[in-house]
Write a protein that binds this ligand. Sequence first.
Ligand code: BGC
Length: 709
Amino acid sequence: MADEDHIEALLARLSRAQKLALVRGATDPEGTATGYLPSIEEAGIPPFRLVDGPLGIRAEGHRATAFPASIATAATFDTDLARRQGAAMGREATALGQDALLAPGVNVIRVPQCGRNFEYLSEDPVHAGAVGAGLIDGIQSADVVATVKHFVANNQETHRTTVSAEADERTLRELYLPPFRSAVDAGVGSVMTAYNRVNGTHMSDHERLVGDVLKGAWGFDGYVVSDWYGLESTVGAANAGLDMEMPGVAEVPDDGTGSYEWPDGIPDATRAGLFGDPLAAAIDSGEVPADRLVDMARRVLGQMDRFGRLDGGRTAADDGENDDEVGEIDSQRHRDIAADVAARGTVLLDNDGVLPLADGADVAVIGPNVDEPKLGGGGSSETSPVHSVTPVEGIESRAVGAVTTAFGIPQIESVSLFDLLPFVGDDDADGTAEDDTRREPSLDDAVDAAAAADVAVVFVRDATTEARDRESLELPGRQDALVSAVAAANENTVVVVRSGGPVELPWREDVAAIIEQWYPGQADGDAAAAVLYGDRDPSGRLPVTFAPESQYPTAGPERRYPGVDDQVHYDEGVFIGYRHFDDEDANLTYPFGHGHSYATFAYGDAEITAEQTVTVSVENVADRPGREVVQAYVRPPSVEDADRPVRELAGFEAVQLDAGERQTVTLTLDDLAFSRYVPDSGWTVDSGTYTVEIGRSSRDVRTTVAVDR
Ligand code: BGC
């Protein structure tokens, strides 16, 4: 109560102009922040800085730890590790003078080729919600505001600033809204609205979803911030519940012609200041109630106060881990967390026994980018680390046998939103660089190196960016041909894939092992070597189904993706990801939740121990330690007229087991997996017998137990 009184007293002292300054961004005089609110010195309110983004801190002019892509964090299925990553990012934000982090991104992955899947977490809402909550809890434990984004149904980059996601209420409630609900339940301080529309209404104007659902039904009491240049109206947004316009200042690019066309996916940066004078005028005219401005300012001040910004210092974190005053950057423990996430999020897709590598094996390290770490995708989440390790460096420092290197084909160039801007770079961003002037790659050299080694390890990558979807799920350039040529020369060929989401692996029957490492960040080569040589168990599991492109529910018709007349119809309803593949029995490559360990696990019988708790004993029956991700799926009873997914993820738990060790694992079952949303009556749990499937993936059930509801 005392805090509330304090905020109310402060609000009463602020002039209208001062309150307006709290709801519209301005230029950061230090130039480090992505978004900035100026100080109001007379009232003791310090400046407030918001910074990107999910993979680490992108403060202009500064380096920071480059954590793995969010999808790698999600692949760990380890919410405690997500929390530790969040706390590290929070400490780095503090060290760089920032107050709010524009992370995590929790949009449920609908379209496999979406350019931002690497910044998101999962095709499943329970999984995305749990990992997102871990990240939020961590960020905020370091007294930095977390910003969950992009609310809601921002599921593709093509036409992202204009497209309307046409989705029915059940689909929104069961799939796309829940991770945001979990974020609110985790106490997130801020929510960022998406650029797109939902059922025709722009998200920053969406009174029903922002005002009624988020703030009303869910009781969100933090502030809602626009995406950058994502505000379309003053009155509509203010009355819908938007609290802060960012960045608030227009950028007028000077390309010499005075007229330019914003490329698809790039918002019009000349449109800014809608919460400046126009908001004052709308209050004067009565179109926006004056107390709406008070509420906006109250919400912003509330978060500043909550994280100690209004009392001249920051509140002490309760775990004693964080030095909140000064933060911490590029420390050894942050490097270790980045390496931990990269290794733990690594998914062993296939292994005929060639892995782990023998210490003394002679290894040919092959691939067009083996001399570069794969930090992330392009766009607002780009990071610049102090320290990074390339694939070659990582393997050279671990190998005992001889290591040779060959590029094989021209380098795969990264693509970036920043190169799409008409006033910054050219538009030639297809991910390949056919004239590689840095070196002269030769396929023959790669084949010779492979033939002469005991093992060939080929590193391949895709190239993705915010603001543009991938054209296909194929690897860019001639990487498929490179893998096939190497595999023909050496039967012990291991492929290490770096991708932002699912990719097609046409040679997968011809190679000995395949590892998926997402975008591993600064620890790249070290994490790869740790898993390849078995120093770390590959304990990542797939947060997205891998399948041929034509098999996904968004593969056609066009109205489903990329949309027709700026509308994208979610006709598949709740049947995306594994829900679709289970329903259709469609052809898939690797199921959701899949990933091998170097150890082997035996499951005992599952037992329901409380309404929402199931236990199962898991034993490591191998002669080496390993990490298992125990997954629980719920199969509903069949009910007339209810078209439900075959199974839905209800919970998961990662467990580290020594050779021969057995543990009883307790899983909490999320209500979402039991419920369905019926438009006229709301959430319903049908009475009947539900089967809880416990296993290693959505397609590898080890034991089941029935539960009546
Ligand atoms: C992105 C946001 C990001 C913002 C600020 C936008 O283009 O969609 O995720 O936080 O820019 O950089």
